[in-house]
Write a protein that binds this ligand. Structure first.
Ligand SMILES: Cc1ncc(COP(=O)(O)O)c(C=O)c1O
Length: 400
């Protein structure tokens, strides 16, 4: 893996912030985009813009063909069996809301429990509450490891679904999804996996995981904002009612009654974000060219190095020390407020996240208001980790 070659593909990495070279360590919030993904958008709007599936004209036909080609690409990328199992959405949030709303309509009977993990993003909590479910959270240890024995005890005859993150955006824990699925299936309960933080770091194989739904966002894997995916097992998607009504999702409409389109179009009402989907295709090309295993190894090295450096700071507390972790490092130092740390290192060109990271229950679990979070991507370097620590060493004495 040639890091200089990779960095040269991301124009934003040449930017200066407050007169200093940008050190971008907020990749769990969103990743930067390689030139080919940016070009996919300008190419689409410069040469191809047309609404898909509907027009008889040339542009509509080519745009449709390219859009559907990305569906096949996504299918192969995550190991799905059929393009019918790939539904395009706006992002993970919409993907989970889609499954929650449709699943509830099909299977909830007024007394329903959904098992989630205690480390979920709000977007894997609130949709289930909106759907009327009672949540049963799986507890986790101080290190950030799920307690699977406690998990087994959460199943009741009201459990309708298990919905867990593959990788925690706050703690970095890679959850044992395969085992979680095995246990749920032994109870006859399907599983949704929130893969928002996993797809850019690990090789995801939905058939090996044997999960029933897998949701993710393009923008966290080098693709544009505005596109996401629900993978759903064919049989389950067929059984679910549509999420939204509108164009494209129908077969026949009268004022009396409507019949619905086949999969996956039944779940894609209205005009999709075609340019963003084409950008997702280019992002997958980029990741496959670099190699997902190479990305994972590079990020693991950065995480190890940053953890070592961080551990040498006096008063450091790292949140999330599970043995199996992806590229996220959450911490607090002494009495310094995370927001102050984030604002001051920003003045030195370093972008990190501060706050609760949309996981307030995780903050409650540790009794803290928030953390500083550095998160890594394929283009980050050890030199950037050094720049981050140089910035921390400068600002921390001001905050103690
Ligand atoms: C674990 C997890 N789930 C869901 C989401 C929501 O993703 P999006 O805002 O792209 O819909 C995020 C975003 O940070 C996340 O980290």
């Amino acid at each position: 893996m040639n890091i200089n070659d990779i960095r040269s593909q991301f124009p934003i990495l040449g930017e200066q912030v407050h007169g200093r070279p940008l050190v971008y360590l907020d990749n769990a919030a969103t990743t930067q985009k390689p030139q080919r993904v940016i070009d996919a958008l300008t190419d689409y709007y410069s040469h191809l813009n047309a609404n898909i599936h509907r027009g008889a004209h040339h542009l509509a036909a080519v745009a449709t063909e390219r859009y559907e080609a990305v569906r096949l690409q996504v299918m192969k990328f995550i190991g799905a069996l059929s393009p019918d199992e790939i539904v395009f959405t706006r992002g993970t949030t919409e993907s989970i809301n889609l499954v929650a709303a449709s699943f509830a309509k099909a299977y909830f009977d007024g007394d329903d429990e959904v098992i989630v993990s205690g480390m979920e993003h709000h977007s894997n909590i609130v949709p289930w509450q909106l759907a009327g479910a009672t949540l049963r959270p799986i507890p986790f240890t101080d290190e950030g490891v799920l307690d699977l024995e406690a998990y087994e005890r959460l199943f009741t005859d009201k459990t309708k679904l298990v919905s867990v993150c593959h990788v925690s955006n706050t703690l970095g824990t890679v959850n044992p999804v395969q085992r979680i699925v095995e246990i749920a299936h032994a109870h006859g309960v399907p599983v949704l996996v929130d893969g928002a933080q996993a797809v850019s770091h690990l090789q995801v194989d939905v058939r090996a995981l044997d999960c029933d739904f897998y949701c993710f966002s393009g923008h966290k894997m080098y693709a544009p904002m505005g596109v996401g995916v629900v993978y759903g097992r064919d049989r389950l998607l067929k059984a679910l009612p549509p999420y939204q009504g509108g164009g494209e999702m129908i077969e026949e409409v009268t004022f009396q009654r409507t019949t619905y389109n086949r999969l996956p179009f039944k779940f894609e009402a209205g005009t999709p974000s075609v340019g963003d989907v084409l950008g997702l295709g280019r992002a997958i090309d980029f990741m496959q060219e670099v190699g997902v295993d190479n990305i994972a190894a590079h990020e693991a090295d950065l995480l190890r190095y940053a953890t070592e450096r961080l551990s040498s700071l006096p008063g450091i507390r790292i949140y999330g020390t599970a043995p199996d972790k992806a590229a996220v490092l959450s911490f607090l130092v002494g009495e310094a407020h995370p927001y102050d740390v984030g604002t001051l290192v920003d003045q030195l060109g370093v972008a990190v996240r501060t706050g609760h990271h949309c996981t307030q229950p995780v903050m409650d679990r540790y009794g803290i208001p928030g953390t500083v979070r550095a998160s890594f991507a394929v283009y980050n370097t050890r030199a950037e980790v050094d720049a981050f620590f140089a910035a921390l060493e400068r600002v921390l004495p001001m905050l103690q």
